[in-house]
Design a protein around this ligand. Structure first.
Ligand SMILES: NC(=O)c1ccc[n+]([C@@H]2O[C@H](COP(=O)([O-])OP(=O)(O)OC[C@H]3O[C@@H](n4cnc5c(N)ncnc54)[C@H](O)[C@@H]3O)[C@@H](O)[C@H]2O)c1
Length: 325
């Protein structure tokens, strides 16, 4: 059992945050404060449902607030050992439609939370960065030591900015900042805009899938349970003041393979609506996870086929459609 901590988790009602909170409340004595504004990027009721089970637990508290609000600190009456900053405008393609909003939430919002960390003397800050920072860099698998970041979306550049804000803060103050670059995370509660979720829904409803490109783009899909293990290990990491660490799976698969895996599990054929490659998309994501293994003892355990089955079980139970399999 880890020693008891007070942890502030921003974006805690979302996909990754709510899975992290489930794990922490189930397996540790930590007290969790979740900040979320239930923004309308997708159905806010979905997010309320993600955390509904925790209100009976005295170790859980929700503060419904916006990370960009400069008065946010006045709502925080506790001291915190650690902040896990997950709140963000997520998604590559929508960031091209609204780049200013993405910078505002992801950069100004992060700066606000870093300032709170400083004023409240928080010692540890874990930040959700993204594989998208590597962009169209072709030196696969991507290593954290590769400084040739070639982002191709406002979302990706907001995450690079976030890493630098964290570096500055850790230089200025006594705050350890760990940026975790997540690689396409999937599993129960996955955001509805992400491919696995939209594809599975379309296959179930026998509707066409928007299939971008020739099917050969590669993605390093990483199961939520493995990501949560990596975040939990980062809460305990103490060796240096600033680190950037990939959390991926190191087993990229093609888009075509992903669709055929979903078809097998759902026992239905997908209808493909083939579209050109989208602006902002990158051809390959592939994580080198040596550093995560060394520093966080991170070893992803979940094979894509197993993780997809767990995701589909969750999706069908949400839809009360288990009998279709
Ligand atoms: N899911 C992935 O594959 C993936 C990959 C790389 C990085 N990330 C990063 O991980 C983090 C979590 O992603 P997710 O997939 O769980 O997304 P999500 O949208 O499910 O969760 C984000 C949460 O932040 C909240 N939020 C947004 N703006 C806010 C604001 N202004 N104030 C307070 N709360 C706000 C949302 O309501 C939501 O609950 C994000 O920072 C995202 O960029 C995710």
């Amino acid at each position: 059992m880890l020693s008891k901590k007070k942890i502030l988790i921003t974006g805690g009602a979302g996909f990754i945050g709510s899975n992290l909170i489930d794990f922490l409340l189930d397996t540790t004595d930590h007290e969790i404060t979740c900040i979320d504004n239930f923004d309308d990027f997708y159905d806010p009721d979905r997010k309320r449902k993600n955390i509904a089970q925790h209100f009976a637990n005295p170790a859980f508290k929700l503060i419904e607030a916006d990370i960009t609000d400069q008065n946010l600190i006045s709502l925080l009456d506790d001291q915190y050992d650690t902040i896990v900053h997950l709140a963000a405008k997520a998604g590559v393609r929508p960031s091209l439609q609204n780049p200013v909003l993405y910078q505002h939430v992801n950069v100004v919002g992060l700066q606000n939370i870093l300032q709170i960390a400083h004023v409240k003397s928080v010692k540890q800050f874990v930040f959700a960065s993204s594989s998208s920072v590597y962009g169209i860099n072709q030196n696969y698998p991507w290593k954290e030591s590769d400084t040739d970041l070639i982002p191709v979306s406002p979302y990706a550049s907001s995450k690079i900015a976030g890493e630098w804000l964290g570096k500055t803060t850790s230089e200025l103050y006594d705050i350890r900042f760990i940026a975790l670059r997540f690689f396409t995370v999937y599993g129960p509660r996955q955001r509805p805009d992400l491919a696995i979720n939209t594809f599975a829904n379309n296959i179930i409803k026998e509707e066409p899938i928007n299939f971008f490109g020739d099917g050969n783009t590669l993605r390093d899909y990483t199961y939520i349970w493995d990501i949560v293990q990596g975040i939990v290990a980062a809460l305990e990491y103490e060796k240096s003041k600033f680190k950037i660490i990939n959390l991926g799976n190191n087993h990229p698969v093609t888009l075509s393979y992903l669709v055929s895996s979903l078809e097998k599990i759902l026992n239905r054929k997908a209808i493909l609506n083939i579209q050109p490659q989208q602006q902002g998309d990158v051809p390959v994501t592939c994580a080198d996870i040596t550093k995560a293994a060394q520093l966080l003892n991170y070893k992803p355990q979940t094979k894509l086929e197993d993780g997809l089955k767990l995701f589909i079980d969750w999706l069908l139970s949400e839809k009360k459609m288990q009998d279709i399999l």
